[in-house]
Write a protein that binds this ligand. Structure first.
Ligand code: ATP
Ligand code: MG
Length: 717
């Protein structure tokens, strides 16, 4: 017991030892919330004798789930780490066990973006749509929006309708949006595929329809803990409510200042109103910050303090004073990147390994300039965020081979039946397609049935079938890494890459094998092929590229919950960070929270930079308002920023700020605007007080100006 509690402060100890009932921790960045959560898991297991399989611990990303699993493994020494997962990953586990309740096989597929794209390709081809009608990424967004907001009952169609009825809906659809949407549902059902949204919807549906299954899961999950609760959305909340309904032991931690996913439906009210929904909630606050130096925290406090819509709280440093936060104004993006590379070299020569340095940015495109310079300067780096690694052709192909062994699904078949070339080109594929449609069978079955047909005979089909059959007969019980190596070899896939001279692709495959192997050896339980494939569909690049002494590059969103010794936050320009997409004051506050998340990732050193000058369209670039938000006494400038630039930037920001509506619907007027108030009558806006959220208005009938809250409706006249 002493071990588990000794590295914790009083509040953390209370969080760990208050095991029963509803417990909420609200605390700032770096205050040890996640640490308390993992110690609590270990405490439940080691001290109370709870079985890990009866604990659900929800994390926000797969990366943090992995880290948590390792930490728990260390703390408990137990291989069984229970359910430590994202909401999606947990729903995957529910459905692997209970998808029979909706007549889906246990071996359903989890679809990722490129699977969805493959389906879109089929739909576009069948119905003569082009990317001019809708790009794939717009189509994916459209499908997601339809599923989440416009047709929240869509899943009932997927579950209750026969494939034929769905097909009819698709055939009858006549607008591109309907064609794509129903075409997609049809394609999904056809291969028993589920995307991320479906995972949660299907689980909730099963829990509603089948009390027996619901009670089984409720009884199983004796303790539930959720990290990053400020970013929970409605579906996840519903799921949580259901799951804790029996034992009523629910532990949540969050920080309202780090809500950064409202654009995807997250709502901080679930954290703030938790005690009203769950009477008897014990709330624990933590104020000390163990992560960052006082210099970094002062910058973070100064920044987030500019948000009006927040509950005031300050991060209090525990660590001793460190080095000042450095700010660099560069003239071009290249110059900015060069400066960063220079600082990296300097740090490296002084003994900081590259892996301790992380570049954070608002949007992926910012990396281009950085990457170019790092390549030139021969500073090793890895790009993390996003799905790049698993989106690469060779990785998708390799996983498709594995899926062929386990599922023989059409998506994988299309992908690799003719890779390497087996003479199964377009014409033969069309033949198989037709055959499969007539019989309602898989393409793989179609090929199997027609091996002797003159059209297929003489191709590499026979060898392909015997390859898949022999693996399918023998893969169970074999380590996945071994199966993977063997099939890449025996299928001729690697040989093909070698002949093409694609060393980089071969390296990526080696990386994949390595990651499977590491997963098998650290996971604890036995890893089945199906288990691995479900996981592979869920995770991103962030899970694999950990090795080596490399600078890390990632978006701020991907850095959530993590910490790094040295952080370079770059591209701090208006239009980049804050993004030019920000349209309301609420969205601007979320953007500032995002900047706050970025700053609070840093442990020892923080470097802020921007590149002014001009955009490619000739418009001027200004330093970010978030740089100007920070009290300049807290920053050490590499050279004093030019006064004129700061003045112009403030002008620009003032103007763009004045035009922003509060939320959708509320308007902020610029000075000089004539307005009418319901009671005070006509007047003129003199100024806006952004901190208080009010217009300063001189009403015609009054001696002195009044502050009128943005909430009160002023009419433009
Ligand atoms: P975030 O809001 O960014 O997710 P957090 O509140 O989850 O932050 P942690 O990641 O748990 O914070 O902790 C931040 C750092 O402080 C970690 O390196 C952690 O090990 C360390 N830490 C937490 N609590 C203590 C403690 N009581 N004593 C020493 N170090 C601690
Ligand atoms: Mg955390």
């Amino acid at each position: 017991m002493t071990d588990l509690l000794s590295g914790l402060n009083d509040a953390q100890r209370r969080a760990v030892a208050t095991t029963e009932g509803y417990v909420r921790v609200i605390a700032g960045a770096g205050s040890g919330k996640t640490r308390a959560l993992s110690h609590r898991f270990a405490y439940l297991v080691n001290e109370l004798g709870i079985l890990p399989g009866n604990i659900l611990c929800v994390t926000f990303t797969n990366k943090s789930a992995n880290e948590m699993r390792q930490r728990i493994h260390q703390l408990t020494g137990d291989n069984d780490t229970g359910y430590i997962n994202t909401f999606h990953g947990f729903c995957d586990a529910v459905l692997r066990e209970d998808s029979h309740a909706v007549q889906y096989p246990r071996s359903f597929l989890v679809l990722d973006n490129s699977d969805i794209d493959a389906m879109l390709r089929i739909i576009y081809e069948e119905r003569g749509l082009t990317l001019r009608d809708m790009t794939f990424s717009a189509a994916r967004d459209m499908i997601e929006i339809q599923k989440l907001f416009k047709r929240p009952d869509y899943y009932q169609d997927m579950i209750t309708m026969s494939l034929d009825t769905l097909k009819e809906k698709y055939d009858r659809a006549d607008t591109p949006a309907d064609i794509i949407f129903y075409g997609y549902l049809y394609q999904e059902k056809k291969c028993f595929g589920l995307d991320y949204n479906d995972l949660i919807k299907f689980s909730l549906y099963i829990f509603r329809q089948r009390p027996d299954i619901r009670i089984k899961w409720q009884q199983r999950l004796e303790y539930i803990m959720i990290d990053e609760f400020q970013d929970i959305d409605q579906l996840q909340y519903e799921l949580m409510e259901v799951l804790c309904g029996y034992h009523k032991n629910l532990f949540i931690v969050g920080d309202p200042d780090q809500t950064i996913y409202t654009w995807r439906g997250a709502d901080v009210k679930y954290l703030l109103d938790f005690d009203k929904k769950f009477p008897g909630t014990q709330t624990i606050l933590m104020v000390e910050n163990y992560r960052s130096t006082p210099e970094i925290l002062a910058v973070a406090n100064s920044l987030i303090d500019k948000n009006r819509n927040r509950i005031k709280k300050e991060l209090k440093p525990i660590l001793p004073a460190g080095t000042p936060v450095v700010c660099h104004f560069a003239q071009t993006q290249e110059a900015e990147a060069r400066w960063m590379a220079g600082e990296m070299r300097r740090l490296h020569e002084a003994g900081t390994p590259f892996r301790d340095m992380t570049v954070l940015y608002r949007a992926h495109y910012v990396t281009r300039a950085v990457e170019e310079v790092l390549l030139e300067e021969k500073i090793p780096y890895t790009i993390y965020s996003g799905v790049q690694f698993f989106d690469r052709m060779e990785i998708k192909d390799a996983l498709s081979y594995l899926r062929m062994i386990a599922y023989k699904d059409d998506l994988s078949f299309r992908r690799i039946a003719n890779v390497p070339k087996r003479n199964l080109g377009k014409r033969r594929m069309e033949f198989l397609q037709e055959y499969a449609e007539q019989r309602g069978c898989l393409l793989y079955q179609a090929l199997l049935d027609n091996l002797e047909d003159p059209i297929i005979k003489g191709t590499g089909a026979g060898k392909f079938i015997s390859l898949i059959e022999s693996f399918a007969a023998g893969y169970e019980g074999r380590p996945v890494s071994e199966v993977l190596s063997a099939i890449l070899n025996e299928s001729g896939y690697e040989k093909m890459l070698r002949t093409e001279g694609s060393q980089e692709r071969l390296d990526n495959l080696a990386e994949l094998k390595q990651s499977v192997y590491e997963y098998e050896t650290t996971c604890g339980e036995e890893v089945t092929l199906e288990h691995y494939l479900a996981r592979a569909a869920l995770f991103t690049n962030a899970d694999t590229a950990e090795q080596g002494d490399r600078v890390k590059l990632m978006t701020v969103h991907a850095a959530k919950g993590l910490e790094f010794p040295c952080v370079f936050l770059c591209g701090m320009n208006e239009g980049v960070f804050p993004s030019r997409k920000v349209r309301t004051r609420q969205a601007m506050e979320e953007e500032r929270r995002l900047a706050f998340v970025a700053v609070t990732r840093a442990e020892k050193e923080l470097y802020l930079s921007e590149a002014d000058g001009r955009n490619f369209d000739g418009s001027p670039r200004y330093p970010s308002r978030f740089l100007l938000d920070i009290d300049e006494k807290l920053l050490t400038f590499t050279r004093p920023p030019e006064e004129g630039l700061i003045r112009r930037a403030r002008d620009y920001i003032g103007h763009s700020q004045a035009g922003l509506p509060e939320a959708d619907g509320q308007t902020v007027f610029p000075a000089g605007q004539r307005v009418r108030h319901a009671l005070f009558g006509p007047g003129t806006v003199l100024d806006t007080d952004m901190d208080r959220g009010a217009h300063v208005v001189q009403f015609d009938e009054m001696e002195t100006p009044r502050k009128i809250s943005f909430r009160a409706k002023l009419e433009r006249i």
